[in-house]
Write a protein that binds this ligand. Structure first.
Ligand code: MCN
Ligand code: MOS
Length: 766
């Protein structure tokens, strides 16, 4: 059973509701191009006269560059420029996503004071990549080394600082709680994790004139990226063009301006020639920080019959010594269950690392790991089935905000996935199920993801042949944006999906929020829907009122369908005919989804400039989240301690699905990444100098086909128009949340061993 062929009752809420193309399975518009190699990625752009840039990085964990001897590199064949802090152009400092701005009046992407191993120190630009690489090896750097504290496992890292904005408390977390018959506490840990998109970071920077910059770079946020370059080089927004039509995955790592991007753009400007920079795989581990390591202590108390009385959460995550990033660890603990007394606190611990950042369900993912393992442990202590414990604590509203849920079909997730999995047949005793040498474990856990709000802008063009174009600076990093926006326009304008072409990934097009926080689909389908409706209304007005319209004086409304327009199907004329008669070859409309009160030019700028516009929209009166429940079978080899995931059944409530096939692929992708998180992924750092030892795909292991079993993803979502205009909720990052604890819980059930630290390795089981 899968999402695309489940019975009508579940799995196809979108399908059964759908009358037009939106909500149905449509094949990827960009699929053919990708299969045939016709999708040109950033670094494949053919730009003439290209030079190649190679990075030189610090080899110490902390300290100072004393001197750099560039002479040999400068004299090497083909070398055009060797850049470092001394001769680099200085840029304007720009804040990152989280408000960290480099100190001082100017910003240079090359360091003298070294804060982490791998920090950018110099760059070499040469005619060929090989020449640049050879010359980079000739650069001699001498350092004055200082003690590095590379991870928060190092005692010297200390306890860090409290992030007050993330602290939350209600009820009386300190008690007394006479009714609590059971108290449980444990500490859970997750390692550093890296995004490792298959397409590494990189860019081509091309100055057409001294004040006109074109950047080909994979980015999850075209608009923000263009604004960042404009800021760095003090240029008007319109003088910068960022192009990113195809992206080979980002998973959170491609939404910010990073030092290597500045370096390439500086080199291109100084040399007056286009420069290409392709980060190597190891460099992607130092270009962007990924998820910081986390440590969380949860203390739960409950009545003997399993009602939570209090929950206390103390969380730590790493940040960099030069910036603040908080992995929001309380995010799931705060809203998942009915908890009358609650406290969550978080501290961030600065260490010598590149600044961490968003990584596949930031906060949600490790938060759920701790909470959902602790719930499993509590269920065992209480002698309750883990699903039953969760049912008893299902909240009728959001305890964090006090607001009602826009929708929450988690109980249905338990019913549907539990049944499809066969949970009722589970013997709760650990080590009670086996087949030959293999211990069998069944575990479950829940996941959730918030539904965010931000404005978007889209352009819709109706052409004389009845075909439609949708234009936006939104991006598609493999998610399906091209396809669902075509479906949306097709739905409104009554044309087949194939008649709609979608153009994305160009900063010249309408403004779109970041493809982060699993929000883009809901925000941009809403923008395109609204714009397409406006285009339809303009066509109708044109038909009814233009003096040269053949439809003038018709009944008071016209039907737009199948490339025609008319009062009835019989009397309809081609849209092209109407456009020609009224003297145009196309009709173009641009609209945005800004609230009417925020329409002034300044408000507009503010709304689109703040991080994805979040928080600036009127506060929602409901609490909006997607939910899912994972049921997972593992097989553990008793002799070798190897864990294999044998079966995954997940039911998900993500509201209405705009394209069940694409959503299913997102869900399965999330589950695959969750398997990696549970069993494989671990960023390992040299404790002496902070060098990342696992900076390649052999040592930093992600789940591959051999690690992935049959996955069944069942949608129980129904359109939620309180969450978003078209009824969808968050999809992209939902399904990863809860997979790792479900696996840890299954491993406990199989072996009787509770592993509270990821990844679960054979060493930890032997
Ligand atoms: N969708 C749907 N119905 C909905 C919502 C979404 O059918 N109600 C489908 C659409 O195909 C849509 C996709 O799911 O294109 C993802 O939509 P959404 O949840 O809005 O996520 P975004 O478009 O904002 O994409 C970002 C999200 C994030 S934050 C990460 S991290 C992540 C993810 O998407 N990175 C990805 N999925 C990824 N998938 C790929 N292939 N590569 C990445 O880097
Ligand atoms: Mo996703 S980590 O929010 O880009």
């Amino acid at each position: 059973m899968s999402l695309t062929d489940t019975p009508a009752k579940y799995g196809s809420a979108a399908d059964t509701e759908a009358t037009g193309p939106l909500g149905r399975v449509a094949i990827r518009g960009d699929g053919g191009l990708k299969v045939r190699g016709g999708a040109t990625y950033a670094l494949e752009q053919s730009v003439e006269n290209l030079l190649h840039c190679v990075l030189v990085q610090a080899t110490i964990g902390a300290g100072r560059v004393v001197s750099i001897d560039k002479a040999a590199a400068e004299a090497a064949p083909g070398v055009r420029l060797v850049l470092d802090a001394e001769n680099s152009l200085a840029l304007k400092p720009m804040p990152d996503f989280f408000g960290n701005t480099p100190p001082g009046d100017t910003y240079v992407p090359f360091a003298r004071d070294i804060r982490f191993n791998g920090e950018l120190v110099a760059a070499v630009v040469a005619d060929t990549l090989e020449q640049a690489r050879a010359a980079a090896a000739l650069i001699e750097i001498s350092y004055e080394e200082a003690p590095a504290v590379p991870t928060f496992a190092d005692e010297r890292a200390g306890e860090g600082r409290a992030v007050d904005a993330l602290a939350k408390e209600w009820g009386e977390p300190d008690g007394p709680h006479a009714e609590a018959g059971m108290r449980f506490a444990a500490t859970y840990e997750t390692p550093r994790e890296y995004n490792v998109p298959i397409e590494p970071h990189g860019l081509i920077a091309h100055w057409e004139a001294d004040d006109r910059l074109t950047i080909y770079e994979p980015t999850q946020w075209i608009d923000g990226t263009a604004r960042n370059y404009a800021g760095w080089f003090d240029l008007p927004f319109d003088n910068v063009r960022v192009l990113s039509p195809f992206i080979g995955g980002g998973f959170g790592s491609k939404a910010q301006g990073l030092p290597h991007s500045a370096a390439a753009a500086i080199a291109a400007k100084m040399l007056g020639r286009p420069v290409k920079l392709a980060a190597t795989r190891p460099q992607t581990f130092t270009a962007y920080g990924g998820r910081p390591a986390t440590r969380q202590t949860l203390t739960l108390s409950a009545t003997k019959d399993g009602r939570l009385v209090s929950l206390e959460h103390d969380a730590f995550s790493e940040t960099s010594v030069y910036g603040t990033f908080a992995e929001t660890l309380g995010v799931v603990t705060k809203m998942m269950y009915a908890v009358p007394n609650f406290r969550s606190r978080q501290r961030i611990v600065p260490v010598n690392t590149v600044l961490p950042g968003p990584f596949r369900a930031p906060g949600k993912n490790p938060s759920a790991f701790a909470l959902e393992c602790a719930m499993d442990e509590l269920a065992i202590e209480l002698g309750l089935d883990p699903v039953e414990l969760r049912r008893r604590n299902e909240p009728d509203h959001d305890f964090e905000t006090g607001k009602p849920w826009s929708s929450r079909r988690l109980l249905q997730c338990y019913d549907v996935a539990g049944e499809a999995f066969g949970w009722a047949k589970r013997n709760p005793a650990p080590r009670s199920m086996r087949e030959g040498r293999e211990l069998i474990g069944w575990g479950m856990a829940v996941g959730t993801h918030p539904v965010y709000a931000a404005p978007g802008e889209a352009t819709v063009r109706v052409l004389s042949d009845g075909s439609v174009e949708v234009l936006s600076s939104a991006i598609d990093m493999g998610t399906g944006t091209y396809t669902i926006l075509a479906q949306t326009a097709a739905e409104v304008l009554g044309v087949p999906v194939e008649k709609v072409s979608v153009k994305l990934g160009d900063s010249r097009l309408g403004r779109a929020p970041v493809a982060g926080g699993s929000q883009l689909a809901n925000l941009m389908t809403a923008a395109v829907h609204k714009t397409a409706q406006a285009a339809r209304d303009e066509l109708i007005t044109l038909g009814l009122t233009d003096p040269n319209s053949p439809l003038r004086g018709e009944a008071n409304t016209l039907l737009v369908e199948g490339g025609t327009i008319g009062a009835s199907r019989g009397g309809a004329i081609g849209i092209g005919e109407l456009l020609a008669a009224t003297g145009r070859d196309h009709l173009e409309v641009t609209r945005d989804t800004l609230p009417p009160a925020e329409r002034s030019a300044e408000e507009r700028q503010r709304m689109f400039s703040t991080l994805a516009g979040r928080g600036s929209l009127p506060e929602a009166t409901v609490s909006k989240h997607s939910f899912c429940a994972h049921f997972i079978e593992v097989r553990v080899d008793e002799d070798f301690g190897t864990v294999r995931v044998a079966r995954v059944v997940t039911a998900l409530d993500a509201g209405r699905l705009y394209n069940p096939k694409l959503a299913e692929s997102q869900f399965k992708g999330g589950i695959v990444m969750g398997i990696g998180m549970a069993l494989l992924e671990e960023g390992v750092t040299d404790p002496r100098n902070g060098r990342i030892l696992s900076s390649n795909l052999a040592d930093y292991r992600i789940a591959t086909n051999a690690d992935v079993p049959e996955i069944t993803a069942i949608s129980v979502g129904e359109p939620d128009y309180d969450a978003t205009p078209l009824g969808g909720k968050a999809v992209g990052e939902l399904a990863i949340v809860g997979v790792a604890p479900a696996i840890a819980n299954a491993v406990y059930h199989a072996t009787g061993k509770r592993i509270r630290r990821l990844p679960i390795t054979l060493e930890s089981l032997l």
